[in-house]
Design a protein around this ligand. Structure first.
Ligand SMILES: [Zn+2]
Length: 167
């Protein structure tokens, strides 16, 4: 956990489309962990340049994975805002589709996780994710299943996605 915590880091939850600068992004640019590194929180392990669900070896080097790190910091990489009467009327079905999508992704890619599905003060519902790819995958799944209106906006370095879907 130390290498991440020692990185300069300013929480910027409301920083719009500007995510942290490359040099100060503790989620992307920490050094590659050694092979076999295990996350003490979710038990994912780092194997040949990627995080997997392979079981950890005994006495494996431990490091919190980027997904658990983002969850602990409450610092999403993907936001999906959902609006509209259709969603309100079919909420359970749509939330189920969102969760199935996460389950499928997460099974092979441990860093793809939903952080929260919450109602906001302006009446929309917001899905936050640990990786922008998952937010995009969910947004596109909703659009292809139910049509409606889809918008995707990436930050310049593509580390942050704000998607919105309305129907
Ligand atoms: Zn983890």
């Amino acid at each position: 956990m130390k290498p991440e915590r020692s990185a300069p880091y300013l929480p910027k939850r409301d920083a719009g489309l500007h995510s942290a600068k490359d040099e100060s992004d503790p989620y992307r640019n920490t050094k590659r962990p050694p092979n076999g590194t295990a996350c003490p929180k979710c038990h994912a392990t780092y194997q040949v340049n990627r995080w997997t669900w392979q079981p950890a070896e005994k006495d494996a080097y431990e490091l919190v994975c980027p997904a658990c790190h983002r969850i602990a910091d409450q610092f999403p990489a993907g936001y999906l805002t959902i609006r509209g009467e259709f969603f309100k009327e079919h909420r359970d079905e749509i939330v189920n589709l969102i969760q199935c999508n996460e389950k499928k992704e997460k099974a092979s890619r441990p860093l793809q996780r939903i952080m929260a599905i919450s109602d906001t003060r302006d009446g929309s519902t917001e899905v936050t994710t640990t990786d922008s790819h998952l937010a995009r995958g969910i947004a596109e799944a909703l659009h292809s299943a139910y049509k409606g209106e889809l918008k995707l906006r990436y930050s310049r370095d593509e580390n942050l996605l704000r998607a919105s879907w309305k129907r």
